[in-house]
Design a binder for this molecule. Structure first.
Ligand code: TPP
Ligand code: MG
Length: 568
């Protein structure tokens, strides 16, 4: 019996490996949801489509498998956009079925009409409408293939009249998942080795392209006696079991990573597209290896740029570089990193009075499972996760590092937990972030997704306050008048508790993590916490001093006092 286009779409998604479809049903999507109901794909009902976009992206990024989301026409499918921008930037294979009003009314400004091709083109690797039933099989297969092969978002626009029409019978198009091993040519490898062999103080800077290449990179670093710095997205892949680790550079980094990059004379960039140009060395010879040729030399000029996957390239370089014994540069960088870590740890111990967010992060690190998955909201929770939760090769962290959005953490935790029901999944949420998507706490209950939410409740858009102070501006519009979030969460069905005293926190964290169901820990943290960068530039000192002067003049001496006593 012939199938409808909606059935063909769902069958092809299923064959391409889709296990869940996140969304809100309605009008033009109804034939698709009906086909999903009869398939092996599980529908996950969210309250806001943006949450569905984040959750599908988290599932796709962590599993590497295609994950779907779907929406009704107009506003329904529009709402996914911020969640999908996240996947577009972190390269997660997601497909959105954006259902559309009936074809005959298109271009007449019909109610709910939205031109999704225009809207989604800028955040997708594939964006196209199924224009006739005869196109359906081929186009869905190509959309899935693009999302998997190019690693990103595919948007399939599906008008309701096409969705319910019969599709012609034809052989199924399969979705191919090619996984070639790519490495530079022998001549290029020889040239990289020549540059490295000429160097004296060699450093490696690894990015998210280093996933799966830990052992090869550590072996290469050992042979070169090179310190290994990493980007925040490579934390999970390079921080653990790595005697050469000097941490991160950049505004969220530490003095060890910063010093390593600034003082090396030869730098090997591996799968690393770090965007902040001021942190690259100006004097060093730089070699860049990346799977994506468009990344070569786009942040900073490099002497040699080659295309290859990092595992294969590092393995091929290993036999070509000469072994060294001189480790002066390495030891200096390691010592600086060690000292920076000690300073960070000091900030993460119990202090009198208020709860420092670092202390909460350190307790989460201590009591979380060895294979836990962590998400953190854009804002200061990102910094606490990066700095205080240790990688071990099994844990995973998910942060909005390239899109830099708020409110990602709880939705991404939902996606991660649905994908890995047997692992502990912890969302480190900001009070601004959580309240932005608060309605979807209901999803954790309705869909039985037992996530653990730690709320860093500082009563403010804290990170923005910090930005203002560093610029010498008086903070404004950053207050958050919050409810008692533990009572809100309890009313929704969470196990919830509020903690206001540092002495109570250790036991509370253990109890929260031991809960079998969804649990929220509302922790009142100190508001004046500065996110200290790896070095303090003159501009920042000036900015903060200027803020202090303005605050004193404006009668906010108490704020200045808090800033000084809590940070210095
Ligand atoms: C969707 C979105 N809106 C605004 C911003 C700008 N922004 C970045 S961090 C931040 C504050 C986050 O506040 P909260 O979640 O309470 O975390 P905190 O920094 O206070 O710990 C804002 C408004 C953003 N990145 N994304
Ligand atoms: Mg806050």
């Amino acid at each position: 019996m012939s199938q409808t286009v909606a059935e063909v779409v769902v069958e092809t998604l299923q064959a391409a490996g889709v296990k869940h479809c996140w969304g809100v049903p309605g009008d033009t999507l109804n034939y698709v949801t009906d086909a999903i109901r009869r398939s092996s794909i599980k529908w996950v009902h969210v309250r806001h489509e943006e949450v569905g976009g984040f959750a599908a992206g988290a599932e796709a990024l962590l599993t590497g498998d295609l994950t779907a989301c779907a929406g009704s026409c107009g506003p329904g499918s529009l709402h996914f956009i911020n969640g999908l921008f996240e996947s577009h930037r972190n390269r997660a294979p997601v497909v959105l079925i954006a259902s559309q009003i009936t074809s005959e009314e298109r271009d007449f400004d019909f109610p709910q009409e939205v031109d999704f091709e225009q809207v989604y083109r800028s955040c997708s690797v594939f964006c196209s409408e199924i224009r006739s039933p005869a196109q359906a099989r081929r186009k869905v297969a190509m959309a899935c293939q693009a999302a998997l092969a190019k690693r990103g978002v595919a948007v399939l626009i599906l008008p309701v009249d096409i969705s319910q029409a019969k599709a012609p019978e034809e052989p199924a198009f399969t979705v191919h998942r090619a996984q070639p091993v790519l490495r530079p040519s022998d001549a290029e490898l020889d040239r990289i080795a020549w540059i490295l062999n000429e160097g004296k103080n060699i450093a490696i800077y690894g990015g998210s392209g280093c996933q799966g290449a830990h052992d090869e990179i550590v072996a290469l670093a050992d042979k070169l006696k090179a310190p290994v710095a990493h980007t925040s997205r490579a934390k999970d892949f390079l921080e653990y079991d790595n005697p050469h680790n000097v941490g991160m550079t950049g505004m969220l980094g530490n003095a060890g990573g910063y010093h390593t990059l600034k003082t090396c004379d030869t730098l090997l960039l591996l799968g690393c597209d770090f965007a902040w140009r001021q942190f690259y060395p100006d004097q060093a010879r730089i070699v860049q290896v990346d799977i994506d040729p468009t990344h070569l030399g786009r942040r900073h000029p490099v002497e040699l740029g080659v295309v290859g996957d990092i595992k294969a390239t590092a393995a091929a370089l290993l036999s070509r570089v000469k072994a060294r014994s001189e480790r002066g540069f390495l030891d200096d960088c390691l010592a600086r990193h060690g000292k920076a870590m000690e300073t960070l740890e000091k900030r993460a111990t119990v202090h009198e009075g208020k709860i420092h967010p670092q202390y909460l992060a350190a307790l989460i690190d201590r009591h979380a499972a060895q294979d836990a998955i962590f998400t953190a909201d854009g804002g200061s929770p990102t910094v606490w996760l990066l700095r205080h939760v240790k990688a071990n090769g099994k844990r995973r962290t998910l942060i909005s590092l390239t899109h830099g959005t708020m409110a990602n953490a709880m939705p991404q935790a939902l996606g991660a937990k649905r994908a890995f029901p047997d692992r502990q999944v912890i969302s480190m949420s900001g009070d601004g972030g959580l309240s932005m998507m608060l309605g979807d706490l209901l999803t954790a209950i309705q869909e039985k997704i037992p996530v653990k939410i730690a709320l860093f409740n500082n009563g403010a858009l804290g990170f923005v306050e910090l930005e203002m102070k560093v610029e010498g501006l008086l903070n404004a519009y950053t207050d958050l008048q919050n409810p008692d979030f533990s009572r809100v969460a309890e009313a929704i069905g969470f196990h919830a508790r509020r903690v206001e005293k540092a002495d109570d926190l250790d036991a509370a964290v253990r109890d929260w993590l031991a809960q079998p169901g969804p649990a929220l820990l509302d922790v009142v943290t100190s508001r004046m916490e500065l996110v200290m960068p790896p070095f303090i530039g003159a501009q920042q000192v000036f900015g903060t001093a200027l803020y202090s002067a303005k605050a004193m003049l404006g009668g906010r001496a108490g704020d200045v006092w808090d800033l000084v006593t809590e940070n210095l």
